[in-house]
Design a binder for this molecule. Structure first.
Ligand code: SAM
Ligand code: SF4
Length: 334
């Protein structure tokens, strides 16, 4: 029953990302429409169901759990869930419990998260300009997020900043953001914009700023050392020799990380996606609700992992968004 999860390509599944809500207090233009229709509450996994689901994965060998959304910290009662997951850290079954957040609620929750054993948090921040921040997030306000980040640091959490690279939007802030992160002691990772959701294809291609270009701009100012460190995901890291800073690049549209992929995702409705770029999913909510016993749930997870695909289909190369999937990032979680 507790045998590790190994997929058909001999990849061990040790990393689970779980979206705990599709809701958010921001409306980032690349992620959501301004007037989103959210799911009925009954469709979402309850906090108890999330506990059972994550605990089943932990029993089957998941060592790292990342909570995401939507905005995970707007889910009502979410600290109850974090407190429940802390028991897997305490038992040694889990190496890391972490989250990806827009930072808006961190001032309120940072100390509680630290008390639950969270050590690191990824905060999404695309710009340090208050007006641009308000424009890109539509509903967000920069000072609130900066306060949240400060609260996280004060609580002893390490902060990694994730910035989506957007042509014509934060191109001029590449070095400002980099220097700010160095001053504040944050790691920085750039994410290439992905063809998710239902935004127009033309808009998406307009926003596309390839990370190869960011890298070239860094190389013009700094000596770069490629770091061999691999996370099993789409991130690559370089060190800027002059500042010692580590910079990450997440290029989800390339295929070159699939062979080491160690992760799967669960949506807030309990759909298990074996690959971010493929439509195939397994319903875990039905077995969760069918029985208080976890045998059916575990069987569904194993059956799904047995069909995890070799790789994904995104491709911008012909200037069309081939392999586009219709899900929003806020549904699957980033
Ligand atoms: N609300 C949280 C946040 O913003 O960090 C967690 C969920 S959000 C969907 C996770 C990550 O996905 C964020 O870093 C966000 O910038 C990124 N993201 C959203 N839409 C994206 C897109 N179309 N392409 C690339 N990254 C995207
Ligand atoms: Fe919300 Fe995160 Fe999507 Fe922005 S990227 S709308 S903060 S879920």
């Amino acid at each position: 029953m507790n045998a590790p999860l190994i997929d058909p390509f001999a990849r061990a599944i040790t990393y689970l990302r779980v979206s705990v809500t599709d809701r958010c207090d921001f409306r980032c233009t690349y992620c959501m429409a301004e007037h989103m229709t959210f799911l009925p509450k009954a469709d979402l996994l309850t906090l108890e169901e999330l506990d059972r689901l994550c605990s089943a994965f932990v029993r089957m060998g998941v060592r790292k759990l990342r909570i995401t959304g939507g905005e995970p910290l707007v889910r009502k009662g979410i600290m109850t869930f974090f407190r429940a997951m802390a028991r897997h850290l305490a038992s040694g079954a889990l190496d890391e419990l972490t989250l990806t957040t827009n930072g808006s609620q961190l001032a309120r929750f940072a100390a509680d998260l630290a008390a639950c054993g969270v050590r690191r948090v990824n905060v999404s921040l695309d710009t340090l300009d208050p007006a641009k921040f308000a424009a890109i997030t539509r509903w967000g306000r920069l000072p609130q997020v900066l306060e949240g980040i400060a609260a996280a640091q004060a609580a002893g959490l390490r902060v990694k900043i994730n910035a989506v690279a957007l042509k014509g939007f934060n191109e001029d802030e590449q070095f400002r953001l980099t220097e700010w992160c160095a001053e504040q002691g944050h790691d920085l990772t750039w994410i290439e914009v992905m063809p998710m959701g239902d935004m127009g294809e033309a808009d998406r291609l307009d926003q596309y700023w390839p990370l190869s270009d960011l890298r070239r701009r860094y190389a013009a100012r700094h000596t770069l050392i490629d770091l061999t460190e691999r996370t099993g995901g789409p991130a690559r890291y370089v060190r800027l020799v002059e500042t010692g800073q580590k910079i990450g690049f997440i290029t989800p549209l390339t295929h070159n990380f699939c062979e080491s992929c160690n992760r799967v995702r669960v949506t807030c409705t309990g759909e298990l996606f074996m690959c971010l770029g493929q439509e195939d999913a397994a319903d875990l909510r039905a077995p969760l609700r069918a029985s208080a016993d976890d045998a059916g749930l575990e069987a569904a997870i194993r059956a799904a992992i047995a069909r995890k695909p070799k790789g994904h289909d995104f491709d911008y190369s012909r200037r069309t968004v081939a392999g586009q999937v219709s899900r929003h990032m806020s549904h699957t979680g980033g």
